[in-house]
Design a protein around this ligand. Structure first.
Ligand SMILES: [Ca+2]
Ligand SMILES: [Ca+2]
Length: 430
């Protein structure tokens, strides 16, 4: 005979007897273990074991909030405020969950394996806050460039962290040539590291700059004249007709702010002999940086001379903002709340017996999912035959199929009639 038994229809079956010590008598007369009283899971068919529980929370499986509300014990310290009121006492003490400890350790380990491409990585991943010489590896462990040392200027915020490469010509250098003509003076800059390493750094950085200054008397640039007097050479030796403080070719910074003579694009182009002015500012095109050489012309005749000063190469930011988190890749994922849950919860839509989402309480684990996975396990109920009367018994290790005294049940499906407790309709075959 096939019997269709549904859990909520079973509440009409009940036992009436004296309850033993250690048992609780439901309103319908049924006896259940005292330990099932006020544990948030209905055990009496009439659910009376979960009535009038405020202030009498089951200490084994629940936690009592200040106002007497019972919440499942495992919702302590899960990053979600469950207790009503303003203290959120469920999130206040003893908050050191094993998964969070393990997750944090794993994150730390994965972070330590990641390459430090710039000083910013050292700031973010290693909490380096002291300006000093450090080793970086801008093209990563798989790139051809081995790690090398640079100076890191650590700031108060990540925006202020600067990777610095020095060269041998940063001081103010007097320029006088023993012959006339364009570019007759030359100075080649020697950097503390090779150009291949510097380019690996500029490639790995978001933004690089280098300050360049020409203090001049009677000699300028004349970039737009077709016959420039002075220029600088890019990292790969190409002449550049632009000076610091502007992004416009054939000009100096004063072209943006107002030059000494508005008919010229550089202050030095309009300076008579024996008078002083200067053009200075930052070069900001990381494709042409760093400056490999400077050339100055027309510093031969009386009253024509100058001083050049070229700052170190300064790089900021990371070219590729690393979206790669140090976690989410192995055993744990990190919830928005900062808590860790096993990776198996990712995109899995499943509730626990208390009706709470399994995984992150803030459902981070359900974000950015192409589709949601069904529950791994369906809360199954086992129907036991007990003295001829069916009694509902909650299976302790819920499985996807209902069982009846060893007999397999032909069909198991979920019934969401009660939001808080998952039900299982079993079609029993006898
Ligand atoms: Ca109960
Ligand atoms: Ca909580």
């Amino acid at each position: 005979m096939d019997v269709v038994a549904q859990s909520n229809s079973l509440m009409t079956f009940s036992e009436h007897r004296e309850c033993l010590p250690g048992e609780f008598q439901c309103r319908n007369g049924q006896c259940i273990p005292e330990s099932q009283r006020c544990d948030l899971l209905p055990n009496c068919y009439d659910k009376s074991d979960e009535h009038d529980c405020k202030g009498f929370c089951n200490p084994n499986s629940t936690f009592q909030c200040y106002d007497g509300t019972c919440i499942p014990r495992y919702t302590l310290c899960d990053g979600h405020r469950d207790c009503p009121g303003k203290y959120h006492e469920d999130e206040q003490y003893g908050c050191s969950r094993r998964e969070d400890r393990d997750g944090r350790n794993e994150e730390k380990k994965l972070c330590s394996n990641r390459s430090r491409k710039t000083c910013l990585d050292l700031y973010i991943l290693d909490n380096k806050r002291v300006s000093n010489y450090y080793q970086i590896d801008p093209d990563g462990p798989d790139g051809p460039i081995p790690p090398f040392t640079v100076f890191c200027r650590m700031g108060r915020t990540r925006d202020e962290v600067v990777t610095i490469v020095h060269h041998d010509s940063e001081q103010s250098i007097y320029v006088r040539s023993n012959k006339d003509g364009p570019g007759s003076y030359s100075r080649v800059l020697v950097y503390s590291i090779g150009m291949d390493k510097i380019k690996a750094l500029t490639n790995a950085s978001k933004y690089c700059r280098q300050e360049i200054s020409w203090q001049c008397s009677g000699t300028g640039f004349h970039f737009g004249s077709g016959k420039p007097s002075s220029w600088w050479l890019s990292w790969d030796g190409k002449p550049q007709y632009i000076w610091g403080g502007t992004k416009k070719n054939n000009s100096c910074g004063c072209a943006e702010t107002g030059c000494r003579n508005p008919n010229y694009t550089c202050n030095c182009d309009a300076i008579p002999r024996f008078e002083w002015d200067k053009d200075e500012g930052y070069l900001e095109d990381k494709e042409t940086l760093p400056v490999s050489e400077v050339r100055f012309g027309h510093t031969f005749r009386t009253g024509q001379y100058g001083y050049h000063r070229i700052g170190p190469l300064e790089c900021m930011g990371n070219a590729i903002e690393s979206n790669e988190k140090c976690t989410n890749t192995t055993r744990y994922m990190k919830c928005q709340t900062g808590h860790y849950v096993p990776n198996t919860y990712k995109c899995r839509y499943e509730f626990d017996p208390y009706g709470y989402h399994l995984g992150c309480r803030d459902v981070t684990h359900l974000r950015h999912c192409a589709m949601l996975l069904p529950p791994v396990r369906i809360m199954a109920k086992t129907y036991r035959r007990h003295r001829g009367i069916a009694s509902l018994h909650q299976s302790s290790n819920a499985s996807a199929s209902c069982q009846n005294n060893g007999k397999n049940i032909s069909k198991a499906s979920r019934n969401s009639q009660f939001a808080s407790v998952q039900q299982c309709v079993c079609i029993l075959s006898e």
